[in-house]
Design a protein around this ligand. Structure first.
Ligand code: PHE
Length: 497
């Protein structure tokens, strides 16, 4: 029977009765499963007071599987009694019966059987009476017939203890007519369409009310990886602070933008094969803004802008080497150079969140690729105080308020500061990022006006994600060992709590 027909049948039945009807009785009279009737009752309940339904619970006794078995074969003690031949039987034989152990002690205490302990060859069991009355079976039969009321509480409790009976609670609905009772169910509309408004038909229709308690359906595919969830949160924070996202869609970069433009000397250890993945194909880049490249060469080799430079033989061959970018500061360098080409300088706030690559020794917290989050602010006369202020604002939005700074070194920033935050969970200060004020040796060759300062900071995306999601080994977060169930089960990300 379709649900709709079932609803009609229930309404018809309700029409006939005075007062109300019980869902279990309705199910019995329609020869249907009770759950089907409950489903129909619930659907009818969503209509505007067509019916009223009140849940009731009824307790009753039912035979367990073992109880049913006994109804067929007799109680354990009766089975033991029946198994004893006129000349008796060895106790050891009797005990081999499936019902032997329980049946023997019950039959003994009923005085149905007796034992001769002095018999040759071990204890011997005889019947102590000709006939027995298997009251356990009789009681079970009464319960089976729905006459459990004829048993007293103690009898039922005893049978429950023997695991032959169990008490079950049945939840049914007591259904009565509602104020707008009708045997004709008007199908309710779930959507108000533009057409209904245009032709006025909405006025005659009934609309289904919203069920705000309905559980959402969990999609079984298309879950965002925790890293992407955390990235979304960081992006949101930057956007709230008025930052614009930089284009980061080039994993391959030249050494020039990754290192040289950042005033990182060509002999710097980070440029080593051990720290950087160089490309073999294409091994070199050829397109550079040549006048800018000349200024970079000059500031490295001879100095300028009030700096003495590094005083070494700067080689374009080194700058041409292609690599997988080791930090997103390469992107910031490109963007700042572009900004410097504007006719008139305008202050900017930029951010990026994307992947970088380092030839690291892999361990529980390091992989050869990870994501960097970077913020950059360029304006006249920015100070270290501005940097600390913007960091305070940024980290507060993450729910991190206790910050400390430690002097550090980056070839491209002066001063440079590592950022530490107090981790309430770990009860210690943990490093959360690196920051600084970009050096004039980096900014002035780009063509940025004198007096423009650029403050910047960077952090990894993996670290806060691991802390947030309680993941201790980075290989469980990224790479071929990731359990997709982890992605599926990871909750939404809220960084500020
Ligand atoms: N590029 C630095 C790193 O890779 C982070 C950083 C960005 C430091 C901007 C200072 C300023 O760790």
């Amino acid at each position: 029977m379709a649900e709709r027909e079932l609803q009609d049948a229930l309404l018809l039945r309700l029409q006939e009765v005075d007062g109300g009807a019980d869902s279990a009785e309705m199910a019995a009279s329609l020869a249907l499963d009770h759950q089907l009737v409950v489903g129909a009752v619930k659907s009818l309940q969503t209509l505007d007071d067509v019916i009223k339904a009140e849940q009731r619970s009824h307790k009753h006794w039912e035979l367990t599987e073992e109880g049913k078995d006994i109804l067929e074969k007799g109680s354990h003690e009766a089975q033991v009694f029946d198994a004893i031949p006129p000349n008796g039987i060895a106790q050891s034989e009797l005990m081999k019966l499936p019902s032997g152990k329980v049946g023997f002690s019950k039959a003994m205490s009923n005085k149905w059987i007796r034992i001769d302990k002095s018999a040759e060859g071990g204890p011997w069991i005889y019947k102590a009476m000709d006939d027995i009355d298997d009251s356990v079976k009789t009681k079970l039969l009464l319960v089976q017939q729905g006459k459990d009321k004829t048993l007293d509480d103690k009898e039922k409790k005893d049978l429950k203890k023997r695991k032959l009976l169990s008490e079950v609670t049945l939840k049914t609905y007591w259904i009565t007519k509602g104020s707008s009772f009708s045997t004709k169910v008007v199908k309710q509309d779930t959507d108000l369409t533009p057409e209904m408004i245009a032709n006025g038909s909405w006025q005659g229709r009934k609309f289904k009310s919203y069920n705000f308690d309905a559980q959402g359906i969990i999609p079984d595919c298309g879950h965002l990886h925790p890293l992407m969830k955390v990235r979304t949160e960081f992006r949101q924070i930057f956007l709230e602070m008025g930052f614009t996202e930089m284009p980061t869609n080039n994993f391959i970069e030249s050494s020039f933008w990754n290192f040289d433009s950042l005033f990182q000397p060509q002999q710097h250890p980070a440029r080593d094969q051990h720290d950087t993945f160089f490309l073999s194909e294409p091994a070199t880049a050829t397109e550079f803004p040549m006048d800018y490249l000349e200024r970079v060469k000059k500031v490295h080799s001879e100095g300028g802008y009030g700096s003495q430079g590094y005083n070494y033989d700067w080689k374009i061959e080194e700058a041409q080497k292609n690599l997988l970018r080791t930090h997103t500061t390469a992107v910031s360098a490109r963007m700042l150079y572009k900004l410097a080409q504007q006719e008139v300088f305008t202050p900017v706030k930029y951010f990026s969140i994307d992947r970088v690559f380092r030839n690291e020794t892999l361990d529980a917290t390091h992989l050869a690729e990870f994501h960097q989050i970077e913020g950059v602010v360029a304006d006249y006369d920015l100070t270290l105080g501005d940097l600390m202020g913007v960091l305070q604002q940024f980290f507060t939005k993450l729910g991190i308020t206790k910050l400390r700074y430690k002097p550090a070194f980056n070839p491209y920033t002066e001063p440079s500061m590592e950022i530490f935050s107090y981790h309430e969970g770990l009860k210690k200060w943990v490093e959360v990022g690196n920051s600084g004020v970009f050096r004039p040796e980096m900014l002035l060759p780009m063509g940025l006006p004198e007096g423009v300062c650029v403050i910047a900071w960077g952090l990894s995306l993996e670290r806060p994600t691991m802390i947030k999601y309680g993941i201790n080994n980075i290989r469980e977060l990224v790479g071929h060992k990731v359990n997709l169930q982890m992605v599926y089960d990871s909750p939404v990300c809220r960084l500020d709590c």
